[in-house]
Write a protein that binds this ligand. Structure first.
Ligand code: ADP
Length: 363
């Protein structure tokens, strides 16, 4: 029987459980056995009962839960060759040679490194007598597929990443709550949302929450942004709005590359408008709570598609992604490389090139 390992790695994101559940059930339905690798790559390095068979019922009642029930971690040992070799030994001992990983670009990169080194590990482990010749032959290759779990929606090659839509819901609820208190007192609020290199959450929540102004990393404001923002906010007050809400993504910079912080925005509101604005940094609230229907649906669809991909296992590793509401595939490391390129282009201030490289029509 084919054995598939599934793990969640790096930052947690709502909808990861839906993906794990889909992998388990689609795997079983296809006649495979599925093993949960607990606490990200740490579980593979540690082995033992951190690698556990998951049956159909083991993933009951997880669809509506936030976070990830099989745990996630950052694993320093997996960054070292020795650690990855130990992970290979533990996987082979469990008869696992297909991996579906749900994580960010770091986790996907680490997983691909293990895949590249796998044949060498197999040879070394067989030479050392740690695995049998038969195991070496049976598990000569590692087949992998990657799903992106990230609330930032920062991956090239997919319209959405798992967790983003749920985070957007959390932010929108928070802005709604802030708006109601702001309206009572005619106050101004500055809300910082996540998105180091991607303003998706900021733009979408600003639209959904009827904010007055939004600042994002990919499209820094013009040099006179302070005057412009004050002008826009003053106009909307004059038009009768009782609140002013500015949404800012955490990685925002000005055109010279200097960070723009929520505090900078607060100072502008105080200096230019005499407003006593309050700053709210949403932080981990954005990762919390129940996954949205969209995240549950998308992660289920992609988990199912990933099982098909690793069972076929006849091409280079793929990112299992969503475009136009359908599962799509793109070479995994091409997607990771392009994502990292977008991030560095933004950091270098090459915004138009960054947006072209991202290849999406929205942020
Ligand atoms: P994310 O997957 O969310 O981008 P990290 O970058 O922290 O998060 O990566 C998560 C884990 O993936 C790391 O703790 C490490 O175990 C593994 N990892 C990341 N980058 C590499 C790498 N270049 N080589 C090997 N393992 C890596």
């Amino acid at each position: 029987t084919v054995r598939i390992g599934v793990l969640t790695s790096g930052g947690d994101a709502q909808g990861m459980n839906a993906a794990v559940r889909a992998v388990v059930r689609a795997g079983i339905q296809a006649g495979a056995e599925v093993f949960g690798i607990h606490e990200g790559w740490q579980g593979a390095v540690d082995g033992g009962d951190q690698i556990r068979r998951l049956e159909w019922d083991d993933v009951g009642n997880v669809l509506a839960r936030g976070g990830t029930v099989i745990g996630t971690a950052r694993c320093a040992a997996f960054r070292e060759r020795d650690g990855r070799k130990r992970a290979a030994l533990n996987l082979i001992t469990h008869g696992i040679d297909r991996i579906i990983v749900i994580g960010g670009d770091g986790s996907l990169t680490g997983t691909d490194r293990l895949r590249e080194e796998w044949p060498a590990f197999v040879a070394e482990l067989a030479d050392a007598g740690e695995i049998t010749a038969e195991q070496a032959e049976r598990h000569a290759q590692l087949v992998i597929a990657g799903l992106v779990g990230s609330i930032d929606n920062d991956m090239v090659g997919t319209d959405m990443t798992i967790g983003t839509d749920s985070a957007l819901h959390r932010i929108t609820e928070a802005i709604d709550a802030i708006s109601s208190t702001a309206a009572s007192h005619q106050r101004s609020f500055v809300v910082e949302v996540m998105g180091r290199h991607c303003g998706y959450l900021a733009v979408m929540s600003a639209i959904a929450g009827a904010a007055d102004y939004v600042l994002i990393p990919e499209s820094p404001p013009a040099d006179d942004w302070k005057q412009h923002m004050s002008h826009v906010l003053r106009q909307s007050r004059r038009a009768g709005r009782r609140t002013s809400i500015v949404v800012i993504a955490e990685g925002t910079q000005d055109r010279q590359g200097n960070p723009i912080t929520p505090e900078d925005v607060r100072v502008v509101l105080a200096d230019e408008m005499g407003e006593d604005a309050r700053v709210t940094i949403l932080g981990h609230v954005q990762r919390g709570g129940t996954p949205s229907a969209y995240d549950r649906w998308m992660a289920t669809m992609l988990g199912h598609a990933a099982v098909g991909e690793v069972l076929r296992g006849d091409r280079e590793p793929q990112l299992v992604a969503v475009r136009g509401n359908r599962p799509t595939f793109m070479p995994l490391m091409e997607a990771v490389a392009a994502t990292r390129r977008v991030a560095s282009l933004i950091e270098e201030g090459r915004y138009d090139e960054a947006m072209a490289a991202r290849g999406r029509s929205f942020v």
